[in-house]
Structures are given as structure tokens and as C-alpha cells.
Design a protein. Structure first.
Length: 352
């Protein structure tokens, strides 16, 4: 089955064609948001309206097929910015009706689970998944596709949001992740060491904070360090140290809890997803800790930059899975700002 995927959950308009493999992928990013230091929902929605038709046409052309060769359409319907999502959902419903093909709504974060498998066939269940993006930080146990146990999540800021806010404090451009990472890499011996959020030696399995994350306190600690450096006139000399200290603290927290989850569930495979999954320090820290605690056979799989960002390839791949199970969405498919991952159960649930 050849699936056309459409993604408009935030500020990327994307379309892709997936069958047995990825046949095409087009991503149009909205650089205008850099001017405002963050995504402006109304601007994002209007940009999607302008871009969705040419982006879909280009993806179909790049796959060297015609529109009538599409067998089904998968579209992100949540979570995300409702106005932006509605553009994609409305367009997908109209196109599916005109082509008389099935329509399937896809959960954005389930798409991120499938992204790495598009380029690495070994990134398949069972595995422990860490999904880290601008809006979400989720730790999942994945015994099989469609079966997800939610182990932990952020209680406040997402990891990507923390990167963006720290970048702004340090005077770096938006989006901030890659800029903070580059600045941190320039510091070999940081003067700043921040507490590892929600990570301490007394934690035990079953504790409510054993797998959860929190980055608001870390962000505040960075703010205090920046203000102190500004007050004594040393901010230029301390920016790299602050960036490195922040990244080390965030990465250590993410890595420790991810490997905890893998160890507790007997997983040798860890899959990363979301924009922050591209962070080299995060990948290296999880890989080293996994080998130390899980054994030499431990493997960490992360998507490349193109598949880590919001993209329609992962939506098409997740849609292909759902369609293969006989699932279909009705013409009443809607967009949702918040949405539970289908098939997910909470930690400790009897259904897990």
C-alpha cells in the first residue's frame, strides 16, 4: 500500500510518500518564527494554508507517481497547534474524498516512534523509547508496535523547550538546540555544574519521580547564572560554560532515566525520537551508559536530522501500520491540541 503522509502540527509543512520504503519527503520550514523567538500559531496556520498544496504536489512528483497512484492518506491530527493541524486534516480529508481512498489520523508522537525505523530496520520493537522534542518529553516501553507503556514524562518544560529558553537567555538564535549544543562543545572544562533534575540516589522503582522529568528548575538555575555573569561583566567569557553545564545536566537526566527503563524491562535496544534526538552529547551519553548497565549488546538508534524533525515520512509510516491493521478514520476526523497515544497505558496498569 502506497501512503501519502501529511504533517502540519507546528511550523513545518511536510508531505511524504511511503510504501515498502521512503519514496519521497518534502519539508518546508517556516523561518519567519525566528524573528519572534518562537512559533506564532496564527502565522504558522496561515503559512500552512499557502504551502500545503505545492508541498504535497512536490512529494508526489518526487516519488515519480501520479496522485491517482496513492492508496491511502495519513495525516497528523494531534497533538499540536490546533489551527495548524486543521489545515492538514482538512486538506487530507478533501484529497482522500476526491481520490476515494482511505484516510487515517495519526498521533504525532507515535509518528516519532516510527521515524528511526525508516532509515534503520533494526529500530523495531521490543525497545525502550525516549521521545524528546520542543513540546514533549516521553519515556515509553514498546514491546510491539501499537503497544506502549508510558513510563515517564516531563512535569513542566519539554527538553526542546528548555533548550530554546536557555538559548534565548544566552543570546542565541531560535530554535536553540543546535546553537546551545555547538556552544557547549566549545567548552572542555565547564565552571558551571547544575543539579541533575529529578535525579538523586535515593530513588527507587515505584517512586512517582523514578522515570519522570522536570526542567523548569534547571532553566531557573541557568537564569541565575546568566544574571550573575551579566552583573559582574563576565557573561561573554561564561556563555560556553553555562551552555555546557546546562546540556550536561539535561543529558544526564534523560540518559539515566532512559537506561533505567530499559534495564527494568529487559530491553537491549533503545530508540530515540524527536528533534532533540539529534543532540550528539545525548546520543553518546545514552550509548555509553547503556553499554555499562545493559551489557555490550546494548544498542541505541537515533534518526538523522531530517527524520528527527517534524516530518511527514514518519506520519506515513505510522499510518501504514495502522491501515495494515484495518483501521480507518471517518470524515469526522478532527484536530486536537492534546491527545493520548493510541495503545498507550500508564505505568503500573494491569493492561501493560
Amino acid at each position: 500500500m502506497r501512503v501519502l503522509g501529511i504533517e502540519t502540527s507546528c511550523d513545518e509543512t511536510s508531505a511524504a510518500v511511503v510504501e515498502d520504503k521512503l519514496e519521497s519527503l518534502v519539508i518546508l520550514s517556516q523561518d519567519v518564527h525566528r524573528v519572534f523567538g518562537g512559533v506564532v500559531p496564527e502565522i504558522a496556520s496561515r503559512a500552512h494554508l499557502t504551502a500545503v498544496v505545492p508541498v504535497v504536489r512536490q512529494a508526489v512528483a518526487d516519488a515519480a507517481i501520479g496522485m491517482r497512484d496513492i492508496d491511502a492518506i495519513a495525516v497528523t491530527h494531534g497533538p499540536g497547534l490546533v489551527g495548524a493541524l486543521l489545515v492538514g486534516v482538512s486538506f487530507a480529508k478533501g484529497l482522500a474524498a476526491s481520490l476515494d481512498v482511505p484516510l487515517i489520523g495519526v498521533h504525532h508522537m507515535e509518528g516519532h516512534l516510527f521515524a528511526t525505523e525508516l532509515q534503520n530496520p533494526d529500530a523495531t520493537p521490543p525497545f525502550t523509547a525516549l521521545l524528546v522534542s520542543g513540546g514533549h518529553t516521553l519515556l515509553l516501553d514498546v514491546p510491539a508496535w501499537g503497544e506502549y507503556q508510558l513510563l515517564g514524562a516531563t512535569r513542566d518544560d519539554a527538553a526542546g523547550e528548555a533548550f530554546d529558553k536557555v538559548a534565548k537567555l544566552l543570546g542565541l538564535p531560535y530554535p536553540g538546540g543546535r546553537h546551545v549544543e555547538a556552544m557547549a562543545a566549545a567548552c572542555d572544562a565547564p565552571r558551571h555544574r547544575f543539579a541533575r533534575p529529578m535525579l538523586h540516589g535515593g530513588q527507587q522503582p515505584g517512586d512517582p519521580d523514578y522515570y519522570d522529568f522536570s526542567f523548569s528548575g534547571l532553566k531557573t538555575a541557568v537564569l541565575i547564572a546568566v544574571r550573575a555573569a551579566e552583573a559582574d561583566g563576565t557573561i561573554d567569557a561564561q556563555r560556553a560554560s553555562i551552555a555546557r553545564g546546562f546540556q550536561d545536566a539535561l543529558v544526564d537526566s534523560l540518559a539515566a532515566k532512559t537506561v533505567r527503563g530499559a534495564e527494568a524491562h529487559g530491553r537491549q535496544r533503545i530508540v530515540l525520537g524527536g528533534g532533540v534526538a539529534c543532540n550528539g552529547a545525548l546520543q553518546e551519553r545514552i550509548a555509553a551508559l547503556a553499554v555499562r548497565q545493559l551489557g555490550a549488546g546494548a544498542r541505541v538508534h537515533a534518526p538523522g536530522p531530517r527524520l528527527a524533525t517534524d516530518n511527514a515520512a514518519m506520519i506515513a509510516r505510522a499510518g501504514l501500520f495502522r491501515l495494515g491493521r484495518g483501521e480507518r478514520s471517518g470524515w469526522d476526523l478532527n484536530a486536537y491540541a492534546t491527545l493520548a497515544i493510541p495503545g498507550a497505558v500508564a505505568r503500573g496498569s494491569a493492561a501493560a
